[in-house]
Design a protein around this ligand. Structure first.
Ligand SMILES: [Zn+2]
Length: 257
C-alpha cells in the first residue's frame, strides 16, 4: 500500500494512481479517444482498514459485512488497480490488456474459471506493450512497477432505495455473500426465502437484505456508498423489486452456497 503523496491525480475526477499507472492510463485514454471510465482507483489505506475491520467483526459474530482485504493486500491501496465500466466491453478490454491492465478476480464455480469482477482490472507492467511509449500530456514518471498478486475478494456491496411519493421507504444492501443458505428470490417474500435478524430490523434474502430503518440505511450508505449521495439506485416499487431479483440471481450464479 502507498500513501496519497506517492500517487498522482489521473484527471476527470477519476481519482489517483501511481505515476506509472497514471501514465499508462493516459496512453489508454489517448487510444480510446476519450477518458477511460474509472469508478475507483487508489484507495486510502485507512478507509480500506475500516472495511477490513467491519469484515473481521462480522466473522466474530457482528453485523454482516462484505469480504474486504487488508490494506496491505489490496491492489487498490497500491495505486495499481481500477474499477471501470469499460471492463464489461470486450473491445475496450482488448485495448486495456495491450496496455498491461487485466481482469484478475476469478473464482472456480462448478469446475469453471468464472470472472466475477468484470469491473476490476490491475496493472501488470511486465505485460504492458506500450510501457516505453511517452505518456501523452504531463511528464509523469513511467518507471514500471513490480506486478502485484491478484486481488481475491473485493466484491462491492450496492445500496438501493425504494421511493414512493417522493420518499425513500425501504432500502436494500446487495452483495453475493448475503444469505447464502436461502433460495433465489423471485419477487415475493415468504418465510422460506427470507429470515429476520434477531433484532428484527433487517430481513435477509439470497444476495441482498432489506430494512425500513433509516438509521441502518444511513450506516450502509456511510460504509458502502460514500454517504447517501452515491447510492446505487433509487427506483419505484417495480424497479426496486426487479433489482432485488437480479441481485439474488447474480449471487446464486457467482457464489456457490
Ligand atoms: Zn476493484
Amino acid at each position: 500500500m502507498i500513501s496519497r503523496s506517492r500517487t498522482v491525480d489521473i484527471g476527470g475526477s477519476r481519482g489517483r494512481l501511481t505515476p506509472a499507472a497514471a501514465a499508462s492510463l493516459r496512453r489508454v485514454d489517448a487510444e480510446l479517444g476519450r477518458l477511460t471510465d474509472v469508478n475507483s482507483a487508489w484507495r486510502d489505506p485507512k478507509t480500506q482498514q475500516e472495511f477490513r475491520d467491519a469484515y473481521l467483526a462480522y466473522l466474530d459474530g457482528g453485523p454482516w459485512a462484505p469480504i474486504a482485504l487488508a490494506p496491505e493486500d489490496s491492489v487498490h491501496c497500491d495505486g495499481e488497480a481500477i474499477d471501470t465500466d469499460d471492463g464489461y466491453n470486450p473491445h475496450t478490454v482488448a485495448i486495456l490488456n495491450r496496455h498491461g491492465w487485466f481482469h484478475t478476480v476469478y473464482r472456480w464455480i462448478n469446475g469453471k474459471r468464472v470472472l466475477v469482477e468484470p469491473w476490476h482490472l490491475e496493472r501488470d507492467a511486465s505485460r504492458d506493450q506500450h510501457r516505453r511509449d511517452p505518456a501523452p500530456a504531463g511528464g509523469a514518471n513511467t518507471t514500471p512497477a513490480e506486478p502485484d498478486d491478484p486481488e481475491e475478494d473485493d466484491m462491492k456491496p450496492t445500496v438501493h432505495a425504494r421511493q414512493e411519493s417522493g420518499n425513500d421507504t425501504e432500502w436494500t444492501l446487495g452483495h453475493p455473500d448475503i444469505g447464502k443458505d436461502l433460495p433465489v428470490f423471485t419477487g415475493t417474500a415468504t418465510t422460506s426465502n427470507s429470515r429476520l435478524t434477531p433484532d428484527k430490523s433487517v430481513k435477509v434474502f439470497r444476495g441482498f437484505m432489506v430494512t425500513v430503518d433509516r438509521a441502518i440505511f444511513t450506516a450502509w450508505a456511510r460504509a458502502y456508498a460514500k454517504g447517501t449521495s452515491e447510492i446505487t439506485s433509487r427506483t419505484d416499487r417495480a424497479g426496486y423489486v426487479d433489482i432485488q431479483k437480479q441481485l439474488s440471481l447474480t449471487a446464486a450464479e457467482i457464489t456457490p452456497k
